[in-house]
Structures are given as structure tokens and as C-alpha cells.
Design a protein around this ligand. Sequence first.
Ligand SMILES: Cc1ncc(COP(=O)(O)O)c(C=O)c1O
Length: 421
Amino acid sequence: MQPIINSQISNLKESATLFINQLALKLRSEGQDICHLGFGESPFPVPEPMQAALRENAWRKQYISGLGLAELRQAVAVFCKNEFGYNYSFENIFIGPGSKELIFQLVYLLEGPLIVPAPSWVSYGPQAKIRSKTFITITTDIKNGYRLQAEELDKTCSGLESPQKILILNNPSNPTGSVHTPDELRALAEVCRKHGVIVISDEIYALTNFGEIPFEGIARYYPEGTITTSGVSKAFSAGGWRLGFAMIPDELSEIKRPLSAFVSETFSCVSAPIQYAVLPGFKNYESVRKHVELCSAIHGAAGKFLQQRFVEIGLNCPEPQGAFYLFPDFENFKDMLSSRGISSSQELSKRILEETGVALLPGADFYMPDDFLGVRVASVDYDGAQLMQNFPQSGKASPEMYTSLFPKLADACERLEKWLQ
Ligand SMILES: Cc1ncc(COP(=O)(O)O)c(C=O)c1O
């Protein structure tokens, strides 16, 4: 029998990041020497207090309220107030199986077009597509470090008739590692207020912030219209634990009833042992702070190293301020690449993987124009547990140490350099 499949789903590709990860791992298992700069998974161990709590709570087997464990929601509210100055009440916090799922449910239930800056994370577009939602990208400028500017948002919103619009702002950003300045957030907030935009502020990398600009979320400037999402995948390196949260402001509390019903009819609740296991991370952040800060310092050093090497090679690449990605472009090599038959980022990343063994993601997957010759680089191809031992405990590594700390990243740069000659 030929199954008939919902065309919104049958036309979806597998997530680009998961696809490149599988391909790179397959090539590696076949014996090829691959530098895997395609997949952004935090390489560090989960902080020990959280691992211990998981062991202690393995016996828990009950369903928990779909909103999440009250103690955890309370701990998250206090943590976010202390660390980021937010004022979300704990009753408005939803715990879900990863922030990805919560973003999906929010995008699904909120009417209006979905706006994202380009480049942006690969999953927002497909999530809008599943819901047949209008998806609008605003191509940002490398001159502004790919950070969305208030005027760009204003121009786009002015051309939209829908009374409600949704903006997903991912700060710090995957794929660019950029972090918005407080002034930029203030200006964006004003535009959002003017046009009645609901912001989903995806802050999954908020604690993975190593730049000179201290991290702030847009909820500081636009509390009434910002839903903030985050989780344990990046700072706590617990992606496979699948726990994220969404925080809804009182002014949008009408979302709570339908979201709660949506949760109850879909995933029901996040695994009980996992909810208890992440509790120490939020309730007693001091017990994991050093761990998180050391990981961030390592991400910072890896990012700095790659950015310096990319610029030496002749690529254009803003210096990352957070997350663990870079977004270099090969525009300076356009003519040479064109003579090799390469005129799109898909072709570029395919040929780089085939000819050098360096896995990267094409910029087009991040909604950049087809002829843009840029790629997304993840800077985490190293043994995180080992590096936590070897990295200077001060959190500061000198540039002379970079090659020995990050041999695979150094190797990838050398291969790219040779390939471009
Ligand atoms: C920008 C961005 N948002 C959200 C997520 C999803 O995180 P979670 O593991 O909480 O679902 C990721 C994961 O890669 C991401 O890069």
C-alpha cells in the first residue's frame, strides 16, 4: 500500500545539521580522516552535581505536571532573575523536551507571519513550514556582525498587514556567534512595541557568552512582548537529556491555557528523572558555575583561534562573542571558485568535504541567498573532558597554545588554506 503523507511533512528535508553529522560520522567510521566542523554539540561532560542527581533520581517513574516540576520552575525563575535580571513569574514557565519543541509549539499556536534574521538557525524555517506559516527572512549585513538592526526590522514590519507578527531572535547566535549590544536590543524593542511584534528570544547560548559585551536578553527592554526560551543543551552540555524551558510574560498569559493543552495532548511531560537531575544546575548555580565558565572560556578560545586563522587565509569572518559557531565567507575567492565550478554555498561545502575532509554547513541552510559563498563552522571538534583538564584553569589561553589545544581545528584550517591555493 502506498501511504499518502501530509505534503507539508513529506517535503521536509532531514535537519541539515543532523544530516551532515551522520555523513561526517559515517565517513569517519569508514576510515576517512574528517575534521568535523559541521555539528554543534557541546563536547564537555555534564556537570557532576547534575550527573549525581540523575543517578539518585533514576527510580522516579511518575508523570509530572505537563508544565514541569514546580520546584524546577521556581528555580529557573530565580536563576533567570539573578543572572539576567528577568521578572518572569514561575507560574508562567513551561518545561519541555528541549527548547526546540517548545519553540515549535509556540510557532504553531501563535498566528501571524514568522520573521527571522538571516542567517538564523536551520530549524525555524521548517517549523514555520509544517504550520504553513508565512516565513520572512531579513538578510543582515556582515558590517553589523550579522546582528539584526532596528531599521531593518522596522522596514519589514511596515510592509506587513497582519496585526500580529512573530520574531525569533537568537542571541547569542547560531550560526554567527554574534551577541546583540544593549543599545541594539533597546532599539529593536522599540520597533517591536510599535508594530505589536511578539518576540521569541531563543537564548539557548546565553551562558555560553565570552565576549566583551555582557549578555543581555531583549526581555530586559521589551518584557511585555518577549517569550524567552532556553535549556540545558549548551551551557550544561546535556543536549541528549532533552530539557528546555519557555518563559511567558504576564501580558501574554492567554497563551498559557492553549499551550498547556497542546503539551498535554503531545509530549505530556519531560522525563521525571531528568527534571530532578537538572535541578542543582539552576537551584544551586554556584555548584556548577566554575564548570560552565571554564567551558565558555574554551569556546571563546576556539572561536578566537578559528577567526584569526580564517582571516589569515583570506576569509571574511566576524569574531564570535558567544555560542560555538563562526560564519566565514569565501567571497574574496569568488572568481577562483567559479572557475572550479563552485557558485553556491551547497556546492562549496560539498566540494570542501569531498576534497579536504572538512565538514561544514552551507550558508544557504541558514536562509542566506543562493549565491552567497558562506558556511557555518562549529568550533567543537575536540575532546572536551580532556581539554577541561589541560586548559589553563585561569580560563585564559595564550595564542601560542591554540594549535596544541585544538589540533583538529588547526588541521581543518591548514586543509582549507591548501585547498584555496
Ligand atoms: C539556535 C538554537 N536554538 C535551539 C536549539 C535547540 O536546543 P534544545 O536542545 O533545547 O532543543 C539549538 C540546538 O542546536 C540551537 O542551536
